[in-house]
Design a binder for this molecule. Structure first.
Ligand code: MLC
Ligand code: AMP
Length: 495
């Protein structure tokens, strides 16, 4: 029976350091030992969790991996939750995934008492005392469900993307091969760990390779730049917003510290950008500033990474390269033809072992998202001189802000709860830092007024920070087409 390769490899990496920060170090052997003990606690005498959903709310670091691996070893499905989610957002995820158990530290569990009671959740902390329980753990075949990640789309509420152990292994190995991961690599981990970029590209690829991760609770420019200047890393992965913020920060440094930071970046063997479009101007600015050419790639929660500029060879600004190993990709035109040549745009469709199994508990949505076995990404691309370039998304209702995918419909549904709002239309508008920023045009109820600041205050606790509108316009009426449907391209022109 095949075991989970990522964990089998951790045993082999043994005494190598998996996590290191200025105050502590943790070996691979410690990770796997602790994960096994947590698995026994989760099982609590049962043979197998049989794909029960286990949520965890844990910042980047050793405890996160202990929880993820503990769930897998016990036969459960890992549901990593967002640390920045509001209570309504968290409740939605727990309910939709039918999560039965929550792993979090004591402080967090205390803050979530009402949610825990409402969903009758069993709770555990990740720091279980080592009891050296040697009972056998269940065999885990690669086709079993491993993880559910929530992602927004054109439905107003997020959907759970289910990946199997085989999907995850394929998503990891394609990147380890293409980007030549080594056990000597050192990488900072500051991206949120309820999304694929942080979980697979950074954390799991590093752990597969026996490399060392330096975890951060969240991205903090000063902290990261200090460590870069100290030559702490060989690999760096971030979303475009972070590169924009880093450019601003580096350029405002004094010349001595600027030289040390630039030397730290220039010495890295690989720096990657993804999760949203990296403007060619930012790519070129970064190269001028640090002498380091960013490698831009394209991916999605449902498929892992699909396209990448080459590790060796031209990294073209504004382009996302070619299909990664094990990924089959095609473009389909608006009129339904498979595009054979260059310069003709079409929807990206992907198949291969990296493609997810299903949307949790949404059979018909899953069926509709495939076209003869090819997953329909909803992203439009064109092949130019051998490199794919992403042109945009088919749906205006999907917004990418700071690397987060947001559903305009989900934000509208939340805003419509405001007593002063009669109608609203949310769109993404171009923003130099965030890629896109959330903007809303509203029609107010009679005799009421609404200002941006009061709307933003009202949104606190209802929507995560990055979903809260940055622009507000009060209008007499929203533009509509002949069918009476709001026309979002026209709404966008308001801003
Ligand atoms: C935060 N703010 C925003 C915002 N996010 N304003 C506009 N638009 C947004 N999207 C505001 C806050 O309200 C706050 O305002 C101020 O910015 C600082 O907030 P913060 O939360 O401290 O921001 P910061 O830490 O700087 O966050 C920026 C970030 C973060 C880029 C580090 O957004 C991030 O980690 N993004 C990565 C998301 C990710 O991993 N995506 C991958 C999905 S997977 P004020 O007024 O209070 O100061 C995927 C597949 C693939 O896409 O291909 O990888
Ligand atoms: P998510 O659903 O959060 O996984 O986001 C995936 C989406 O991010 C894709 O469907 C694309 O729209 C977008 N994306 C990821 N990488 C890139 C990139 N390099 N350029 C443009 N868009 C990207």
């Amino acid at each position: 029976m095949k075991s989970i390769q990522l964990l089998a490899r951790a045993r082999v990496h043994g005494d190598r350091i998996a996590f290191q920060s200025d105050h502590d170090k943790h070996s691979y052997a410690e990770l796997i030992d602790r994960a096994e003990q947590l698995a026994h606690q989760l099982l609590d005498g049962r043979d197998d969790l049989q794909e029960a959903r286990i949520g965890f709310l844990i910042p980047a670091g050793v405890d996160y991996v202990v929880a993820q691996w503990g769930v897998w070893l016990a036969g459960g499905i890992a549901v990593p939750l967002s640390l920045s989610a509001t209570v309504p957002e968290l409740s939605y995820t727990l309910k939709d995934s039918q999560t039965c158990c929550l792993i979090a530290n004591q402080d967090q569990l205390k803050q979530l008492t009402s949610v825990i009671e409402a969903f009758d959740l069993r709770t555990l902390t990740p720091d279980v005392p080592s009891e050296n329980n040697t009972d056998t753990l269940p065999p885990i075949t690669p086709d079993r469900r491993a993880m559910i990640l929530y992602t927004s789309g054109t439905t107003s509420t997020p959907k759970g993307v289910v990946t199997t152990h085989a999907n995850i292994e394929s998503q990891i190995t394609t990147l380890v091969e293409a980007w030549q991961w080594e056990s000597t690599d050192r990488i900072p981990l500051f991206l949120p760990l309820h999304h694929i970029h942080g979980i697979i590209n950074v954390m799991s690829c590093a752990l597969w390779s026996g490399a060392t991760i330096e975890p951060f609770a969240k991205f903090k420019t000063d902290l990261i730049l200090n460590r870069v200047a100290a030559g702490a890393y060989t690999v760096f992965m971030a979303v475009p917003t972070i590169y924009v913020k880093l450019i601003q920060a580096i350029e405002s440094e004094t010349s001595d510290s600027q030289s040390a930071i630039i030397a730290g970046f220039a010495a890295m063997r690989l720096m990657v950008s993804g999760s949203a479009a990296l403007p060619a101007s930012v790519h070129e600015h970064w190269t001028r500033l640090t002498n380091q050419q960013l490698l831009e790639r394209y991916g999605m929660t449902e498929i892992g990474m699909a396209l990448s500029n080459p590790y060796h060879g031209e990294r073209r600004p504004g382009a996302v390269g070619q299909p990664l190993p094990l990924v089959e990709l095609r473009l389909k035109s608006e009129t339904g033809e498979i595009i054979a040549g260059e310069n003709q745009p079409g929807e990206i469709q992907v198949c291969g072992p990296c493609v997810f199994l299903e949307y949790w508990d949404r059979e018909s949505v899953t069926i509709d998202s495939f076209d003869e076995g090819w997953f329909q990404t909803g992203d439009v691309a064109v092949l130019e001189d051998g490199y794919y370039r992403i042109m945009g998304r088919q749906s205006v209702d999907i917004i990418k802000s700071g690397g987060y995918k947001l559903s305009a419909l989900e934000i509208e549904a939340a805003l419509l709860q405001h007593e002063a709002i009669r109608e609203c239309a949310v769109v993404g508008v171009e923003d130099a830092t965030w890629g896109e920023a959330v903007a809303v045009a509203i029609v107010v109820q009679d005799d009421t007024m609404l200002q941006l600041e009061s709307l933003r205050n009202w949104c606190q606790g209802r929507l995560s920070q990055y979903k809260i509108p940055k622009h507000l316009l009060v209008v007499d009426q929203l533009p509509r087409n002949a069918m009476g449907k709001i026309t979002k391209p026209a709404v966008r022109k308001f801003f």
